[in-house]
Design a protein around this ligand. Structure first.
Ligand code: AMP
Ligand code: ZN
Length: 113
């Protein structure tokens, strides 16, 4: 499958990986929008949040837990941060592999877009 995030998960494309476990991988965004910008993905290819099967909803809970832990290790837990999942075209999703953004280290704008 021609999916950039699957290739990162498989180790076929280099990335600055900062966390891996049985379910997820986290790496620094190649085009960071904040001093801390981490992308958290499931190792399994799920194209969008909308395609997440009900029985796998806990996977997103685990992604949130990893985001919280990385926020602590990146030093932004106290100052605050934002987690974002873009879904589909109007949600602004560019890479068709479910992912969560962890953003912090600067003041986020109040707008949700
Ligand atoms: P989204 O608009 O939610 O689909 O965001 C996709 C994100 O993936 C963007 O912030 C990109 O900068 C990031 N991205 C795309 N390719 C790579 C890559 N090879 N390594 C790290 N981040 C990437
Ligand atoms: Zn994929």
């Amino acid at each position: 499958m021609d999916c950039i995030f699957c290739k990162i998960a498989a180790g076929e494309t280099p990335a600055d990986i900062i966390h891996t476990d049985e379910e997820v991988i986290a790496f620094r965004d190649i085009n960071p929008q904040a001093p801390v910008h981490v992308v958290i993905i499931p190792g399994e290819h799920i194209a969008t949040l909308a395609e997440l099967p009900e029985e796998k909803a806990m996977l997103v809970g685990h992604m949130v837990d990893v985001a919280n832990r990385l926020a602590r290790s990146e030093g932004i837990s106290e100052s605050g941060y934002r987690v974002v999942i873009n879904c589909g075209q109007q949600g602004g999703q560019l890479v068709q592999h479910l992912h969560m953004h962890l953003l912090g280290g600067r003041q986020m704008a109040g707008s949700l877009g």
